[in-house]
Design a binder for this molecule. Structure first.
Ligand code: AQP
Length: 325
């Protein structure tokens, strides 16, 4: 029996990847490589929504590739590619868009949260559905904030299959635990995000002293008690989540360990854990970006492998829909 297939993507936006991208997504990508056939891509088409400077998009796509490899994605075991190198994504996105209701797309919370935007922002989840269905993925490791988009993907697969015959595999719901949603350090009511940046965002490539400074100045409350999910303590809860995911220790165990100790020691230990987590990533990243030829090879081989699967899916889709060969 062949290994289950896993597919996930990430946008090369912002100044790099942030702690939430790592803990909510990429950490799981790396862990899934042994047991699954994995496809991981840089979602550059999804990034065009923000209309970045062309030179910046090119640089970021390359650096993001190096960051993924530095965080443990292994191109020997996984297919790593750039979304726009597989043109079939855009084509399937169009066809699935024709099966998507206007009201259905309007109900996507991410679209509603960002307020008015371009047609690209509106149809983003449809392209995302195309990304996933193209590879006949069994599981899609994504952060909890993406759950609604995965549900739309499953609905579209079912709709296509019942109209045109069995074509797409329905992807399973592999979603990171709710507790793994990392919040902004300066405003713990918002998720940590590449596009917010500032002192509330911990970049994977931040220098140790920068990480430490940001964590030590994280917004907390006037109390002294290190407790999770208590009214008025979203900042401390977030730091507990970070320490728990970074060290593998359960939150109640950490609460007990810091009883009566105050916030100073606690924040110092969170900082140490994050520095320890990212120091080797920084080192590997520096070596990888010094070898652009190697990154090119990885992306070329990844695109070739991804296209084999994509071409196969699109041949079926074109036939089923009635497009002339
Ligand atoms: N704060 C977070 N906690 C847990 N998981 C998170 N993810 C993002 N932020 C957190 C997960 O990271 C994956 C990649 O996301 P993306 O780059 O495709 O877009 P995003 O979800 O919109 O991530 P950002 O950092 O917030 O980027 P911007 O600011 O550019 O929109 C996803 O699986 C996501 O769940």
């Amino acid at each position: 029996m062949s290994a289950p297939r896993v597919l996930s993507g990430i946008r090369p936006t912002g100044a790099g990847f942030q702690l939430g991208n790592y803990l909510g997504a990429v950490k799981h990508w790396a862990a899934m490589q042994d047991e699954n056939e994995c496809f991981y891509f840089l979602a550059d088409l999804h990034t065009v929504i923000d209309l970045p400077e062309p030179a910046q998009l090119r640089t970021r796509t390359r650096e993001a590739t190096a960051e993924l490899l530095a965080m443990g994605v292994d191109p020997q075991r996984s297919t790593v590619f750039v979304q726009s190198h597989v043109r079939e994504h855009a084509e399937l996105g169009w066809i699935l868009g024709c099966l998507t209701g206007f009201g259905e797309a309007s109900r996507m919370t991410q679209f509603k949260d960002k307020g008015a935007g371009s047609v690209g922002l509106f149809t983003y989840p449809v392209l995302q559905a195309a990304d996933i269905l193209m590879y006949q993925a069994d599981a899609v490791p994504i952060g909890e904030d993406q759950r609604q988009h995965l549900e739309l993907t499953r609905d579209l697969a079912q709709r296509f299959n019942s109209r045109y015959g069995d074509t797409f595999r329905l992807p399973g719901q592999y979603v990171a635990k709710a507790g793994e949603r990392i919040k902004d350090l300066q405003d713990p009511t918002k998720k940590m995000s590449k596009s917010i940046g500032g002192n509330g965002t911990l970049w994977v490539l931040d220098e140790p002293k920068v990480l430490t400074k940001k964590i030590k100045s994280a917004v907390t409350d006037l109390g002294r008690e290190v407790a999770y999910d208590v009214e008025g303590k979203p900042g401390i809860s977030n730091l507990l989540t970070i320490l728990s995911v970074a060290t593998g220790k359960a939150v109640p165990e950490l609460e007990a360990a810091y009883a009566g100790k105050g916030y100073g020691d606690f924040k110092g230990d969170v900082a140490e854990a994050v520095v320890e987590l990212f120091a080797p990533v920084r080192e590997r990243f520096t070596a990888l970006v010094a070898d652009p030829g190697y990154l090119d090879e990885v992306l070329l081989a990844g695109a070739a492998r991804a296209r084999e699967v994509a071409v196969d899916t699109m041949d079926k889709v074109r036939d089923r829909v009635g497009l002339l060969r």
